[in-house]
Design a binder for this molecule. Sequence first.
Ligand SMILES: [Zn+2]
Length: 303
Amino acid sequence: MVHAALEGEEVVEYKESMWCKLRGCINLKVSLLEKTEDMITLLIQDVNPGFMNSLRRIILSETPVMAIHEVVILENQSPLFDETIAHRLSLVPLRTNLDRYTMPEKCECEGVGCNLCQVGFTLEVEAPENGYVATTGDLKPQDPDIVPVSDDIPIAKLAKGQRIVVEAFAKLGIGRVHAKWQPVSSVAYKMVPHVKVDPAKCDGCEECVKVCFKQVFEMESGKAVVAREMDCTLCNLCTKECVGQAISIDYDNTSFIFVLESTGALPPVTIFEKGLDVFKERLEQLIAQFPGQRTRSKRKSRK
Ligand SMILES: [Zn+2]
């Protein structure tokens, strides 16, 4: 349902029965503000900061991606220690296919390693006369779909005649276990800002335009006007500089701008959807642990 919204429709409601059970009723409205190959910016409405932070942390630490987990060093004449090469390989982001591979602990092989839960790589390079930098482009994968997101990440610099021969194995994992399995380079949210300028109080001093590093304000007919409200970071520098106190800044703590940047392992929309799926799973587990109990649907808001 969310996917449909991100592909075309402007606004869609994401209703989830588990959330309804747990918290009275939560309707998550998602609108797409911006989308690139590796990044999405969403407007998420009708939720609270607790929900947003849970979603952010689940995306960061519970959404699985592929990463190299085992490295067999067969030959290493480079100046780097074996452990350093293994560490560098493990941090290479790999394109991931969540439909084809399963988590090792859920696999039929019980984590031993098979074609359903593991992908092998080989790296064999020897530096020519004028040296060579072994990069991720030299990694040869068993599965042509599971490849490094870039071919240009350096692994080791080799002098003339030096060789590296390595076998490596990647598997699915989650960021809670190791940061190499985090699917995002950043995931963050902020409350939707409301910036207003009272034209009657504005003396046209331009201080707010000069001080705002996000360029929220512009001058129009000698008065400051709000040009890019969504870019406001709520830093309040403008209100401090405004002598006539013409600017007021507030925020809506039920609407959030959510920015997710993928490492390239998965498309950002897939990461967001998978995060919601994992969220639902966690709530189901919580409900199963406390059958028959009801949570308070309303709390006193503290501000
Ligand atoms: Zn397996």
